[in-house]
Design a protein around this ligand. Structure first.
Ligand code: GDP
Ligand code: ZN
Length: 349
């Protein structure tokens, strides 16, 4: 007798939730999935249900494959755009060739993921197209940036087992620029996923490409992979003071040294421990301009930040800078309950 029917929401469309039952339950009741509605009581209390939510189903109608969601477990995290609950990591895919790897683009993706406080797994695909020396050179380079990259090929299968082991548990969201082989990788990791997508869309009465559709594909008992549409230029929106923490190599510098001023932006402040000759410092400075512009734009519509001062930088432009304060304190946690990867911010819309 099953008392607690638990599972994971793998797709949401209109008022329907596709629920993947936990595997041990699925074996017991002979069903792996149910198409569910949300109990009226949950609606009344404003309890939303998202892809990735861990839920309880009651009153299953096994014949019709239907059920009702009666409870939602507290979320560990909630990513916005796309909205997915309980994500464990982001798999960032780039290509070693075709398209050529672009250090600026790779860096931007990695910073974006770091700013959402999710760990990144970096994959370099199409290793069949380049010589071993080139693979090593990119892996070594990424190592100095603080990332252990896995070189893979969806054509030859190289590196795929290593990758599988790293994403076997939990929820992984896949991201990366267009053309690097994300769809090929999803199809390799989850054979038949395309077929399944077609079937589900039909059942829910919508075409997959007509909506901003996010879906979790099952990798293993408790492992899921979420697809997300390709994007080329994720917008960086973290606070300027947090940007350095999105670079593991800068974080390492900060672990051993402190800047003279606790709210240093590491640009031209005196006594800065970060400014220097590490490869991505140039990226840091350019991204700092970007997050600063974003910050100024959002600040313009709210009350002024007392920790910033305005400085004229010529050409009629004004730049915000931190008021340098000598007192040291720990940086505040960047973790917010709602993380935003902004996957839809550019190319897709
Ligand atoms: P996406 O835009 O990231 O989803 O990329 P796709 O999966 O559509 O792949 C883009 C192109 O790269 C397609 O022509 C694939 O056949 C090709 N491709 C994917 N993986 C590999 C690989 O490992 N090696 C090579 N040489 N080509 C690949
Ligand atoms: Zn500094």
């Amino acid at each position: 007798m099953i008392t607690n029917l638990t599972g994971t929401v793998v797709a949401v469309e209109a008022n329907f939730y596709r629920v993947r039952l936990d595997s041990e339950l699925a074996d017991e009741c002979g069903h792996s999935e149910l198409l569910c509605v949300r109990r009226a009581r949950l609606k009344k209390i404003g309890q939303q249900v998202y892809v990735g939510d861990r839920i309880t189903v009651d009153e299953p109608d096994w014949q019709g494959g239907r059920g009702a969601i009666s409870q939602v477990e507290p979320r560990r995290s909630l990513l916005e755009r796309p909205t997915i609950a309980n994500i464990d990591r982001v798999l960032v895919v780039f290509a070693l060739a075709d398209p050529e790897p672009d250090p600026w683009q790779i860096s931007r993706f990695l910073v974006k993921v770091a700013s959402s406080d999710l760990p990144a797994i970096v994959c370099l695909n199409k290793r069949d197209l380049v010589a071993d020396a080139q693979v090593t050179s990119w892996c070594d380079r990424l190592q100095t940036w603080g990332y252990d990259a896995i070189a893979i090929s969806t054509y030859t299968g190289a590196g795929i087992d290593l990758l599988k082991a790293q994403i076997a548990k939990g929820v992984t969201i896949i991201s990366g620029p267009s053309g690097v082989g994300k769809s090929s990788l999803i199809n390799l990791l989850i054979p038949g996923s395309e077929l399944r997508v077609g079937r589900v869309s039909q059942r829910l009465g919508h075409g997959r490409h007509t909506t901003r559709h996010v879906e979790l594909f099952q990798l293993s008992d408790r492992g899921f992979l979420a697809d997300s549409p390709g994007f080329t230029q994720p917008a960086l929106t973290c606070a300027p003071i947090d940007l350095a923490y999105c670079f593991p190599e800068a974080q390492r510098l900060l672990a051993h040294n402190s800047c003279q001023f606790h709210n240093c932006w590491h640009r031209d402040e005196p006594g800065c421990a970060i400014r220097g000759d590490w490869e991505r410092y140039g990226h840091y400075l350019v991204f700092l301009d970007e997050v600063e512009a974003y910050d100024a734009k959002t600040a313009a519509s709210s009350t002024p930040d007392p920790s910033l001062k305005s400085k004229a930088i010529g050409g009629g432009k004004v730049r915000q800078e931190p008021k340098l304060l000598k007192k040291r304190h720990r940086r505040q946690s960047r973790r917010s309950q709602h993380q935003d990867l902004d996957l839809y911010s550019n190319e897709d819309l």
